[in-house]
Design a binder for this molecule. Structure first.
Ligand code: PXG
Length: 445
């Protein structure tokens, strides 16, 4: 941007100081803001009119594309009909409709939905459900929670405790007690440049047996994992790994939670990764694509057995002392129902599956570009991992991000990994544009 353009932009913008931005270099942003003022379909537009292809679907969430007219209309209609009604002891029709719709598309046996407002809340809710479930069954000693290295489960205290991303944990003191972690499955020595699920690494699931041996199964409530880890840089489950985790959990009476905040709603080429991989957990956490990112909402989807376990005690009693003011908010519920309509009517989960090969081929054409040490993909999730510059971790990927942005494409970086999760409506020409913009960025660096 020229000095003149920067001055003009600053003149048109509000004062940027008061907003403390999340997961952002505030000072860097405020000295050189990248403002998005409008979006439509796969494109976002900056404040000064630049058109950008959104290769991340917002933040892995706008699966139906931005500002889908049917979702917009549903939100508008809901806003003028019922803005809010008490979330506890009162209900409204849309939220029941959404729960029913979710039970139709979730894996067999997962029939209940508890609504929250974000992925972080979904995770904390699922962990609490797991603990209470065991206690209700007379196994109150099962309090231990098992996460995984490099796992991302949001930023609540529960989520960072089971999460495995050090910068998200280290500043925040003592966390949940009694948490342990499985190793992650990312291994470039064995699996670099895998197309789809990597061949090597199913045995890493057996580490769960060692954790059980150490703590004893009678102390372990739940294992939480992302079927495909997104935030940590797209880490794929080796073939057979999730099946093995499921078997070990079954053997020891441990609940399995799939965190599908990213992989849900078509991203993995089916309604849920659990369905695509044919491995059914006991609880699924979702958010993001649930409303196609249009209104904040998350949910925990639960097996009937878990719901039934809570539905005991005196009639009239509250069965689960948990919930949020905005649980099942009417605008979110309306957006959720409309998003599910769009996914169904436009066949977007099937479309994600159909585009998978083109996406894979395009991404893997970057394998031999400068500094690329890995390319990996599954569904409409992909990553290009770069060799870090010595002593400057993240710098290489951030430079690529900036170059792509200047070239009209928004990508996401995490460490020195470029991550891609385009809206499910992406076409082949747009995939090509993303990949060519990354190629240009890498060659120019
Ligand atoms: N679980 C998973 C698997 C997630 O990916 C959350 C929980 C938390 O969701 P909320 O709605 O509380 O943010 C997430 C969120 C990134 C990125 O750049 C990913 C997320 C959030 C912010 C950035 O990869 N995922």
């Amino acid at each position: 941007m020229t000095d003149n353009a920067a001055r003009q932009l600053a003149a048109e913008l509000p004062d940027l100081e008061a907003y403390w931005m999340p997961f952002t270099g505030n000072r860097a942003f405020k000295s050189s803001p990248r403002m998005i003022s409008r979006a439509e379909g796969v494109h976002c537009y900056t404040h000064d009119g630049k058109k950008l292809l959104d290769a991340v679907a917002g933040l892995w969430c706008c699966n139906a594309g931005h500002c889908h007219p049917k979702i917009v209309e549903a939100i508008q209609k809901q806003a003028e009909t019922l803005d809010y009604s008490m979330a506890f002891q009162l209900g409204h029709p849309k939220v029941f409709e959404l729960a029913n719709r979710l039970s139709e598309i979730s894996p067999e046996g997962i029939d209940y939905a508890f609504f929250v407002n974000s992925g972080s809340e979904a995770v904390d809710t699922a962990l609490k459900m797991a603990l209470a479930y065991h206690r209700l069954r007379g196994e109150g000693a099962r309090t231990r929670l098992i996460g995984r290295a490099r796992g991302y489960h949001g930023v609540g205290f529960g989520g960072i405790s089971v999460g495995g991303i050090s910068p998200n944990r280290k500043m925040f003191g003592a966390q949940l007690p009694g948490v342990d972690h499985l190793p992650h499955t990312h291994n470039l020595e064995h699996n670099a440049r895998s197309r789809g699920l990597p061949e090597w690494g199913a045995h890493l699931a057996d580490e769960l047996e060692n954790i059980v041996a150490l703590h004893d199964a009678s102390t372990i409530a739940a294992v939480i994992i992302e079927p495909i880890a997104g935030s940590a840089g797209v880490l794929l489950p080796p073939k057979g790994y999730l099946e093995r985790i499921r078997k070990i959990c079954d053997r020891h009476g441990i609940l399995l939670i799939f965190d599908e905040v990213i992989t849900g709603f078509g991203r993995a080429g089916d309604a849920f990764a659990a369905r695509r991989f044919n491995v059914t957990p006991d609880l699924i956490t979702v958010a993001k694509g649930l409303t196609s990112g249009a209104v904040p909402m998350g949910a925990v989807l639960a097996k009937g057995d878990i719901y039934d376990t809570f539905m005991t005690g005196p009639p009239g009693a509250i069965e689960f002392f948990h919930g949020y003011t905005y649980s099942g908010h009417p605008l979110a519920a309306a957006a959720g129902c409309a998003a599910l309509d769009v996914y169904r009517d436009e066949g977007l989960f099937e479309r994600a599956r159909a585009m998978e090969q083109a996406f894979e081929d395009a991404l893997h054409s970057l394998e031999n570009e400068p500094h690329v040490i890995d390319v990996r993909n599954f569904g409409l999730i992909g990553a290009v991992e770069l060799e870090p510059i010595a002593d400057q971790p993240t710098a290489r990927a951030l430079a690529a991000f900036r170059s792509c942005f200047d070239n009209g494409v928004i990508v996401r970086t995490t460490g020195d990994i470029l991550a891609f999760s385009p809206p499910l409506i992406i076409d082949e020409a747009q995939i090509e544009q993303i990949v060519e913009s990354v190629r240009g960025a890498l060659r120019a660096a």
